[in-house]
Design a binder for this molecule. Structure first.
Ligand code: SF4
Length: 571
């Protein structure tokens, strides 16, 4: 029997996320290709974190006929529930495995390993000796060729890609059930869905730092194909979905691709897509989006307003359209062929606020913009940071809501114009960037967070993910979820409703709601507004409480007991 092992070292690209709780399309397509070739093949899937935590899994990898490793971070971030594989880790892991034919797929095979913002990528060559095939093309296409070639890797074209987006339909549906092997399956796993790849701005070369134009013009997947995949995932037990794998969701099936840098959005197609997903996955828990091009929203406000209304009609709240701003400095915009001016971005932010700022049932606004800035681009000066800060201040002063501000340093990716310039500007402005980041955090992000989720806001279905000291960290599942610290130790991968009590710069503190004062740990009680350490001890001494009256008698301030009713289950 054919045995194939998939090792997910995680991916994070501008147009695709596959770090837990997300699973990217890569392993699903790979599994689908194997099962399409041989429906009885044994396909195993492990994440790199599973292998780190259980060395016996290496035996499974060693016994396979084929080992497919998926890896590569082109826009590495900080992750809560997974740590991407490093090149040295891959070498140590794969070197002793002599039996399987070993393939490296994903962005690492195309552009190398991005380890952190502002640092050059580690070139793919460093892992060359431990792989039989480094696959810059489509992994599922090259793997199919390998299987047909009786596992002989000689003379295979590793650059092969699918000829047409419809080619992926069979693999996407057949491979959907591999999600059941993911450690976060079923309730805490989000599937990243691809609607298209390629950028319409590739006709002008695209933005200087971005690898997407290398994929050419957009190749849209048909609504029916995406819905068939969602149906297969839903049947396999998936309940969380994100339409995240595309440069701009508002440009799905846009008219004029190839003729115009900003093709005309197609609201009907977006409506058919969302409606179709809802009909095949009627009881899904999360349906979110990711990227949107602010230049498109500014150029076609009527079409994009209609699309935003469609998204809000069919999605689940707490959704985010991540806008690639990069910089509002006109010199940087021009030198890097960026997609939008400051005015364009402001228009896009206003439009999304107009349609999406209403608070939804999970406690968060329906659909908000997130803004991505990149430091280290050509033409950047110290004045650039002032312009970017002033722009953000304008948004805050106008009372607009933002879900997040993402500030990162560019990674010069091979094959992009930015690679030629290297990281000279990054090094030159290292201190300036850190100052800018701190200034934004301290003066803008916290007030924006307070506006986004005022104290006492009830946030539903927060999934606990990790511990730090006596804090449990969790997030709602979806696009760019808020990081929530819950004082106390609570079981992981469990869902809680919480009420907001306090703010960090980029995270909030919240307590489970309703809080059972009779069983809560001391550190949880201490975090209740107005309680603190001394009163928490007092509460511990006087438990159990059956009514608010009991609580009033135990506290030195009876009024305080009244305000606590907002957080407790007592009557
Ligand atoms: S618009 Fe720019 S950042 Fe967006 S996908 Fe195209 S090239 Fe990349």
């Amino acid at each position: 029997m054919l045995r194939v092992s998939i090792l997910d070292g995680y991916v994070d690209e501008p147009t695709c996320l596959g770090v837990p709780p997300y699973i990217s399309p890569y392993p699903r397509y790979i599994a689908g290709a194997v099962w399409d070739y041989d429906s009885r093949a044994a396909v195993s899937y492990f994440t790199i974190d599973q292998v780190r935590n259980d060395s016996s899994l290496v035996k499974n990898l060693a016994a396979a006929d084929v080992l497919v490793v998926i890896a590569g971070m082109s826009v590495p971030g900080r992750y809560l529930s997974g740590f991407p594989v490093s090149p040295s880790e891959l070498i140590a892991l794969c070197h002793p495995l002599s039996r399987p034919v070993k393939l490296l797929c994903g962005p690492a095979a195309r552009h190398g390993f991005g380890m952190a913002g502002g640092r050059s990528v580690t070139q793919t060559d460093v892992v060359k000796q431990v792989f039989d095939l480094i696959v810059p093309g489509d992994g599922e296409v090259v793997l199919t060729a390998l299987l047909r070639n009786k596992l002989n890797p000689e003379s295979l074209d590793v650059n092969q890609c699918r000829a047409d987006p419809s080619d992926i339909r069979t693999y996407a549906t057949k491979g959907a059930r591999i999600v059941q092997n993911h450690p976060f399956y079923p309730d805490c796993l989000i599937t990243e869905l691809e609607t298209y790849r390629g950028c319409s701005r590739s006709i002008t070369g695209g933005c200087s730092f971005c690898s997407e134009p290398q994929k050419g013009l957009p190749q849209f997947r048909a609504v029916e194909d995406i819905c068939a995949e969602v149906e297969a995932l839903y049947t396999a037990g998936v309940r969380h979905f994100r339409l995240g794998s595309q440069p701009c969701l508002f440009s799905y099936m846009a008219h004029g691709v190839g003729d115009q840098e900003f093709p005309v959005p197609n609201p009907d197609a977006v409506e058919r897509l969302f409606k179709g997903i809802r009909s095949v996955a009627p009881h899904l828990w999360t349906l979110h989006i990711d990227n949107a091009n602010p230049g498109v929203l500014a150029a076609y406000p009527d079409e994009c307003r209609q699309i935003a209304h469609t998204i809000v009609k069919y999605h689940t709240p707490g959704d985010v359209a991540a806008l690639g701003v990069e910089s509002v400095d006109p010199v940087v915009i021009s030198k890097n062929n960026l997609k939008a001016s400051a005015e364009d971005v402001l228009d896009a932010v206003r439009l999304l606020n107009e349609v999406g700022a209403t608070r939804g049932v999970n406690g968060l606004p329906e659909l908000l913009p997130g803004l991505n800035f990149i430091a280290g681009l050509s033409g950047e000066t110290k004045h650039t940071f002032t312009l970017n800060y002033e722009f953000l201040r304008t948004i805050a002063e106008e009372g607009l809501l933002l879900r997040r501000i993402n500030l990162r340093q560019v990674i010069p990716i091979p094959g992009t114009p930015m690679f030629e310039s290297g990281n000279t500007t990054i090094r030159k402005h290292k201190a300036e960037f850190q100052r800018f980041k701190r200034h934004v955090r301290e003066t803008l992000e916290q007030p924006l967070l307070k506006r986004l989720v005022p104290q006492g806001t009830l946030l539903t279905d927060v999934c606990t993910e990790t511990y730090e000291g006596k804090l449990t960290f969790g997030r709602q599942l979806g696009s760019y979820p808020l990081l929530i610290g819950i004082p106390g130790i609570f079981p992981l991968h469990t869902f809680f409703n919480v009420k907001v009590i306090d703010y960090g710069y980029r995270s909030i503190t919240a307590l489970p709601y309703p809080l059972d004062v009779n069983t809560a740990a001391r550190e949880t009680l201490e975090a209740l507004p107005g309680i603190g350490r001394k009163r928490a001890l007092r509460l511990l001494l006087h438990r159990p409480f059956h009514t608010i009256g009991d609580l009033q008698r135990a506290l030195d301030d009876p009024q305080l007991a009244d305000t606590l009713t907002d957080y407790l289950g007592l009557k």
